[in-house]
Design a protein around this ligand. Sequence first.
Ligand SMILES: [Fe+2]
Length: 239
Amino acid sequence: MIDIHSHILFNIDDGAETLEDSVKLCRDAADNGVKLITATPHFFDYSHIRSFVSERNHKISVLREILDEEDIPISVAAGSELFLNDKVFSAGDLDALTINGSRYMLCEFPLGPFDIDRAPLWIDELISRGYTPIVAHPERYIEFHRNLYIIDELLDREVVFQVNIDSLTGKNGEEPQKMAVDMVMRKIALLIGSDAHDTEYRHTRLREKFKDLPEFIDERILLDCMDKNAKAILKNEEI
Ligand SMILES: [Fe+2]
């Protein structure tokens, strides 16, 4: 299995705080059948792309070294979770922020209120730069729930949708669960990620979470979203 969305890197965003947390998140993921995890720290500061990338890469190297020393069987790939706003229009080269050097860019919208008319414009900007946007957890945005048409509007642009496992289990509430389940069952969302932030609450112990999934989300669906499709993303292939 592959976990395409996580905040396992220490002290770079609101995810793991220490290197020990990062190692535990990786160990738990490996114990739960994850062979590769993508580190996707939040990226907000468009004026400091290069320093963000060098800090991220350095922390991935440090983490990989410990994983190797401690024989924890998991690979770590680089990525980011790009926060979309009008600054994207004047941003410099974003290539280093994509998932594993592919054309796929994981991106997020504000969780709270924002002007929904801007959403397709930000996505179009990424597409015009040659990226294929992966929209992180569409089920968590209040504006997506208020403006359901936006899902189809973004689908027309061939974005990829990624839902959070915690939404599918209902941990994020009823409305996010309903939307996430519906998107997975209709094959509108093709990826599922942990979006892990810590070792206790939003963690990487996926098998524990699988037990809380609705029964009709069977192993075949999970393997498509957490293995086959995620592999294609990492290899820069069509999904
Ligand atoms: Fe995230």
